[in-house]
Structure formats: C-alpha cells, structure tokens
Design a protein around this ligand. Structure first.
Ligand code: NAD
Ligand code: IPM
Ligand code: MN
Length: 365
C-alpha cells in the first residue's frame, strides 16, 4: 500500500477519477482496467476525458480545456501513457498538479517471467523525483554559455565557438526535502510490515557535488531524523549493478528524476519486464497513476499488450481513495493468475490476449 501522503482525494465523496487513455496501445490497457475498477468499487466515479489524436481530431487541440477541467475536478487521474500527442497532458499532470514524488515498486511475484536466477529476492521500491533534474527539458545553444565559460576551470569550460547544445539540470532543496521525507515515510510504512527500514540513495555525487551532492546531503540528514531507519548510498552507476547483482539488499531506493526514470525500466527487466511495473505519482494536493511503461507503439491494435502494470497501478489508485480492501482483492486476483500460469500474455511467454488475461483476473475475483 502506498498511501503515504495526505489523502485529499477521499474527501470528495463519492470521489471522481479522471481517465486519460493516452496514445498508441495505452488505451488498450487503460479501458479494461477502468472497467474492472468500476466493478470493484462502484462508489468511485470514473469519467474519461479526451486525449491524444482523438482530442486533436475533435477539438483541434492536444490538451483541450475540457480535459484540463476534468483533471482539476477529479480527486485524481489514471493515465495510460503518452507517445507524443498526449504529452501536454502529462506535463500538466506533473508540473501543473505538482505531483512531486513518483513511487515505482519493483517486486517479483511467482509466475513472472524473470531472467534472474533468484527473482524471489526482488522486493523494493524506487522513489523518483517527478519534477526536477533534467526534466522538464531546458536546453539551448552552446553559444549562450559564454558567461559560464569565463568562470569555469579549464577542464570544465564548455566550447562556445562550435556548433552544439546544452541542457540544464535544476534541483531545489525544497523538492529534495520532499522526496527525502516521502522516502522515509514509505520506509517506515514498510518497516511496520516487516521490511528492514533501509533507505538507499543513488546519485552521481562524486562528479556533481553541487546538485547530486546536495541531494545526497539532504537525504542523509533527513534519514537521520528517523531513528529506526538505516541508510546506505551508492554512486548511481554502481547502484545499477546492485539492482541486478544484489537486489535483496534494497528496500526503499531514492533517486533523482532521470536516474529513477532509467533505472526503473532496468529494474522492471529483472522481474520480467515493463508489462509488470506499476507506478503512482503523488503531490500534496493531487495524485495521478500511470504504469512505468510507455505507449508501446509496436503493440498497437494487436490486442496482446500486458495489462498487469496498469491493473497494479489501479490498485494504488484504490489505495489512494481509501478502497484498501478492493485493492488487496485485485492484487490477489492478479497474483493468482500468475501462479496458475495458464493465461499469460506474450511478453510472459504465454499466448493469451489482453482480453483473455482480463477474463482470467475477473474469474479470480
Ligand atoms: P515503451 O515502454 O512504450 O515500450 C518499450 C518496450 O516494452 C516495447 O517493446 C513495448 O512493446 C514493451 N512494452 C511496454 N509496455 C508493455 C506492456 N504493458 N506489455 C507488454 N510489452 C510492453 O517505451 P518506448 O518504446 O521507449 O516509448 C514509446 C513511447 O512512449 C515514446 O513516445 C515515449 O516517450 C513514451 N513514454 C511515455 C511514458 C509516459 O507517458 N509516462 C513513459 C515511457 C515512455
Ligand atoms: C516515464 C517516461 C517519461 C519520463 C517521459 C515520457 C517524459 O519515460 O514516465 O518514465 O521520463 O518521465
Ligand atoms: Mn521512463
């Protein structure tokens, strides 16, 4: 259960959830997931707002005012993924709604097609900065850097007399503290459920002392305020190896935006792929729920995309709205389908279609 921030959504009863299907193959997992959520929690009101190509065709805009109003009016949003057209909506869900903390659990379950020898050791959570660092893009022409060039030492001086570009990485202390506290709160929650209460930081503090070094210092200081938690830190490249070589040493892993983005995909590979990796994005006033994976354009229209990541993402939404019992039932039903191993999608070595998989989950429910 990942309800560690104030549950603002549950206050508006019955809660409304905005549904954004997104691009490419994303609607093929969002719509069946919402169908199941509706059946499980009839008191939650799901309303789909237009997005992507459909929005462009109908309104001439990728992010029409009606979609924005639907997001604002809802307690939270469930979002498929953007393959391009729905990107302005994603930007709004992140920066417009200030959903600061991205929670990406990495847990193997019996039946998942993991390439690892001992996948049963994999059960940790990535906490990723959802707002700062390299994203949103702030890029420019090298020539704009002439001022920086004059203050840098010789080996850091960017060339400003050749064609090229740069990107700016921005980190605020406020956001670092937010991420650090969310990490610790989550570690405490897990500790209460029997996990070791261990926070692991991954960053490039060796070579980026003023950005990643500062992030590291803030996380360290914050963890010290939580007497029952322990702390370890690794350079991000070494942490990448540890995700594979010794995942059992990880409990709650905190990373910056781009590091968490990349390593969450890598981590999903250890349990059996992107089809199995859920996520939730939490702010102080709002939350939205999207899987780790993207819009899977290579699967569009084939009816074979694995809906597990989206369904598990749906369980976080249920938790957020206080429907813990329903979330638990859905999680158990999915686990039972994998334990049986008879109705698995292609990415898991099976032959089942998305629809077959959904039917199997329904049967378990
Ligand atoms: P992707 O996650 O869409 O796909 C990567 C690979 O994993 C593909 O082979 C795909 O078929 C497979 N895959 C993904 N989800 C799957 C599922 N549920 N079941 C089975 N297989 C699955 O990443 P990509 O191909 O690098 O990106 C495609 C588009 O998605 C890009 O436009 C990218 O920017 C976007 N994207 C959006 C988000 C988001 O909206 N939050 C996240 C990641 C990528
Ligand atoms: C993700 C995606 C996004 C990100 C892209 C689409 C901006 O990869 O949610 O993991 O990097 O945050
Ligand atoms: Mn990503």
């Amino acid at each position: 259960m990942y309800r560690y921030l104030p549950v603002t959504g549950a206050e508006s009863m019955p809660p409304t959830v905005c549904v954004i299907a997104g691009d490419d193959a994303a609607p093929e997992v969002v719509r069946p997931t919402v169908e199941i959520l509706r059946e499980l929690a009839p008191s939650i009101h799901f309303e789909e707002a237009i997005s992507g190509r459909e929005a462009i065709a109908r309104t001439g805009e990728a992010f029409p005012a009606e979609t924005r109003a639907a997001i604002d009016a809802a307690a939270c949003t469930i979002f498929g993924a953007s393959g391009g057209p729905s990107r302005p909506i994603l930007w709004y869900l992140r920066w417009g709604k200030q959903t600061a903390v991205n929670i990406r659990p990495v847990r193997w379950s019996p039946g998942y097609r993991s390439p690892m020898l001992h996948p049963e050791r994999i059960d940790y959570v990535i906490v990723r900065d959802n707002l700062e660092g390299m994203y949103p893009p702030r890029e420019g022409d090298l020539k704009e850097l002439s001022q920086l060039a004059s203050s840098a030492s010789w080996w850091q001086t960017p060339p400003t007399d050749v064609e090229g570009s740069y990107a700016v990485r921005v980190n605020t202390d406020e956001q670092a503290r937010r991420i650090a506290h969310a990490t610790c709160e989550l570690a405490l929650q897990r500790q209460a459920a029997g996990y070791p209460g261990r926070v692991t930081l991954g960053a490039k503090y060796s070579i980026l002392p003023r950005t990643d070094g500062r992030f590291r210092a803030i996380v360290r200081e914050t963890v010290q305020q939580y007497a029952s938690l322990s702390y370890q830190e690794f350079l991000i490249d070494d942490l990448a190896r540890r995700l594979i070589a010794e995942p059992e040493t990880l409990d709650v892993v905190v990373m910056g935006n781009e590091h968490g983005d990349i390593l969450a995909d890598a981590a999903s590979g250890t349990i059996g792929g992107l089809g199995l990796a859920p996520s939730g994005c939490y702010g102080e006033q709002y939350a939205y729920f999207e899987p780790v994976h993207g819009s899977a354009p290579d699967l569009v229209g084939k009816g074979v995309i694995n809906p597990t990541a989206m369904l598990l993402t749906g369980t976080f939404l249920l938790n957020y709205l206080g429907s813990d019992e329903q979330a638990h039932r859905l999680e158990q039903a999915i686990a039972a389908v994998y334990r049986d191993g008879k109705t698995l999608t292609v990415d898991q070595g099976g032959k089942a279609t998305t629809r077959d998989f959904m039917a199997a989950v329904r049967e378990k429910l």
